[in-house]
Design a protein around this ligand. Structure first.
Ligand SMILES: Nc1ncnc2c1ncn2[C@@H]1O[C@H](COP(=O)(O)OP(=O)(O)OP(=O)(O)O)[C@@H](O)[C@H]1O
Ligand SMILES: [Mg+2]
Length: 373
């Protein structure tokens, strides 16, 4: 059975998750993850990628060099992944590589807009000698879609249970929700900010990259008027299809609202409020889709945040909230496995998007191929 590598580095900018996956194994299960590696970004690369999220000097040159640096970082992770799994590159059919989103502007300006995931796919193919499928979002945007979220197709393929409504919530830099109804079309969209803002606020005030287990947030009190002001951001009221990123939800956005509404707020209380924003935003989005969803499976690094999980359970008392580990896929492997799946779909000549999710004109084969040789 063919093996695929999935490489994901999301908006949290914490680093790269890599998985080695087999699809359609003889045992009948739709997939099996053979191994997983997480590699944090080198601090210089991380800060440059973060800087490239906002307009700046000489950014074409800097973006191109960062795309090269990402290819090197991805290649190193692939080497580690394959070595650890005693697998040779010849056994891998393709790599599905996300790249690093630095702008996400579907539909803007000229009506088509764009989404940019930095990565030099040619260089990654050169280093790994494996077929690389990357730039997985642009075709959906070209077809009038949001280009995001793309994980719902994978969630539908592996997590759906016919006759039972299930929801999947990914808490990455941004939170995204997938709704797998008992019958009918799958839907999904980005809810709003998750770790991107929690991490940034924590870094600014504690000098730490993230709020471990949400302990700092748990030590604070939610400032209700601030929470209301944050939830008044128009994005939360938009009907799907919709997607977002650091373009909207960055520290400047928070600072503006803080200055206007809570200039003297204690930092821990702001962290508590940001956690509540993630939880309330997602819970509200789930409830808007009716009462069918009694099972919510959470993935992404935010599922390791004890405070976020506890708050989600409190906010949704009639919903069973569990990590995706309960479905056989650990929380930090879901997104990377989704990108391996997307590469698998590309190679098989199948569409990767769900038009019901992204709003594209129809199903499309997603990605650009850089052949191994
Ligand atoms: N023990 C923990 N406690 C609190 N937060 C955690 C913990 N472990 C991980 N995280 C959070 O998870 C983040 C990483 O999550 P993840 O890799 O899913 O995000 P991402 O890279 O933005 O992914 P994507 O965009 O694919 O959803 C970290 O930046 C951190 O905020
Ligand atoms: Mg990550």
């Amino acid at each position: 059975m063919p093996l695929y590598v999935g490489l994901m580095s999301g908006t949290s900018l914490d680093g790269v998750d890599a998985v080695l996956v087999e699809f359609g194994s003889a045992a009948g299960s739709p997939f099996r993850v053979h191994s997983h590696v997480h590699a944090p970004f080198a601090p210089d690369l991380r800060s440059e990628l973060l800087a490239l999220n906002t307009p700046g000097d000489d950014e074409l040159h800097r973006a191109a060099l960062s795309a090269n640096a990402l290819a090197r970082a991805y290649a190193a992770v692939v080497t580690e992944l394959l070595f650890g799994a005693s697998t040779s590159s010849r056994e891998v059919r393709a790599i599905g590589a996300h790249g690093q989103t630095v702008r996400h502007q579907p539909g803007v300006a000229d009506g088509t807009g764009y989404t940019i995931q930095l990565l030099n796919g040619a260089l990654l193919a050169e280093f790994t000698r494996i077929d690389v499928v990357c730039d997985l979002r642009s075709r959906d945007v070209a077809a009038g879609g949001q280009g995001a979220p793309l994980a719902p197709g994978f969630h539908a393929a592996v997590f759906a249970q016919p006759g039972h409504a299930r929801a999947v919530l990914n808490l990455g830099g941004i939170a995204n929700l997938t709704l797998l109804p008992a019958v009918g079309d799958v839907t999904g969209f980005d809810c709003g900010p998750a770790n991107a803002l929690l991490d940034a606020w924590c870094q600014r005030h504690l000098g730490r990259p993230y709020d471990e287990d949400g302990r700092w947030a748990a030590s604070g009190h939610v400032i209700e008027p601030l929470l209301d002001a944050l939830l008044a951001e128009p994005y939360f009221g938009l009907a799907p299809p919709k997607s977002t990123g650091r373009d909207v939800f960055h520290l400047g956005w928070l600072d503006n609202i803080l200055t206007a509404r809570a200039p003297d707020a204690a930092a821990a209380d702001v962290q508590a409020t940001l956690a509540a924003l993630t939880v309330k935003g997602a819970a509200r989005d789930l409830r808007r889709h009716g009462n069918d969803y009694r099972a919510l499976f959470v993935c992404g690094g935010g599922a390791r945040n004890v405070h976020l999980m506890r708050s989600l359970r409190a906010e949704l008392p009639d919903v069973a909230v569990e990590a995706t580990d309960a479905l056989g896929l650990p929380v930090d492997q879901v997104e990377a496995t989704a990108f391996a799946w997307l590469a698998h779909r590309f190679i098989e000549g199948k569409p990767g998007n769900l038009a019901s999710v992204t709003g594209a004109h129809g199903p499309r084969r997603l990605g650009a191929l850089y052949p191994a040789a």
